[in-house]
Design a protein around this ligand. Structure first.
Ligand SMILES: [Zn+2]
Length: 248
């Protein structure tokens, strides 16, 4: 299974990283739609596209405004958006003065699926489990996707809690945010983000096979520092860069 990192930072883009967007090119499944979403057109197939959203802060959804180009060039027939409660508000991104074309006038059918109490669901044969993690008012939805014989877990924008690892248990690949170094623990707890040692302990408790660090702090000049701190607790961690593709 291929996984391609189209955006690997949080909050705002940098010269080398766009905000969160990760695609499974062979499955037409996307995690979050940050600014890295513009790169999607090169990495999807005609047909149906499913986008799994963690929450609605703009660094995770602003890329949805680039959908028109992408669906037009790739002959996408249907777009399905999945996300926690609040998903109906996404239509505001497409209304004046923010955008000229309302979602219901798009040249392609866009269907919204709010994940409320239904924590497990399937689409096109892919099985998904979710868990709402704490983050600001709305929380951030973590996804456990089982497809092609592999389990990929996506968790971002929350304080990793090594006691609450069930969603990531035995994952082949855990994609987890790591926004702060250990020295910034206090800032992490204030802002609802993770710091290195918690992320490492979370992956170790879950017995994940590998851990890719995502949603890197755009202001950290040396993200490798976080990686070293994570690896004190979990050896299978690695740092990804934009446009990197890995095979599971
Ligand atoms: Zn974020």
């Amino acid at each position: 299974m291929r996984i391609r990192f189209l955006g690997t930072t949080g909050y705002h883009p940098t010269e080398t990283r766009h905000t969160c967007c990760i695609v499974l090119p062979d499955q037409n499944i996307v995690f979050d739609a940050g600014t890295g979403f513009f790169r999607l057109r090169e990495h999807i197939q005609p047909g149906r596209l499913d986008i799994l959203l963690s929450h609605y802060h703009l660094d995770h959804v602003c890329g949805l405004q680039y959908l028109i180009d992408i669906v037009h060039e790739k002959e996408i027939k249907e777009v399905h958006l999945w996300g926690p409660p609040g998903l109906d508000q996404i239509e505001r991104l497409f209304q004046p003065p923010f955008f000229p074309l309302p979602l219901d006038q798009f040249p392609v059918k866009v269907k919204l699926h709010t994940i409320d109490k239904k924590k497990s669901f399937s689409f096109r044969g892919h099985r998904v489990k979710t868990q709402l993690f704490p983050h600001d008012d709305t929380g951030s939805l973590g996804y456990r996707l089982h497809t092609d014989g592999k389990t990929v877990v996506y968790i971002t924008d929350t304080i990793a809690d090594p006691e609450s690892f069930e969603l990531a248990r035995n994952a082949d690949l855990l994609l987890h945010e790591c926004y702060f170094r250990n020295s910034m623990e206090e800032r992490a707890l204030e802002t609802g983000h993770s710091y290195s040692s918690l992320v490492g302990r979370f992956a170790a408790a879950a017995k994940a096979s590998r851990l890719a660090l995502i949603h890197i702090n755009p202001l950290d000049p040396e993200p490798e520092f976080c990686l070293r701190e994570v690896m004190e607790h979990f050896q299978g961690a690695f740092l990804v860069i934009d446009n990197q593709e890995i095979d599971l």
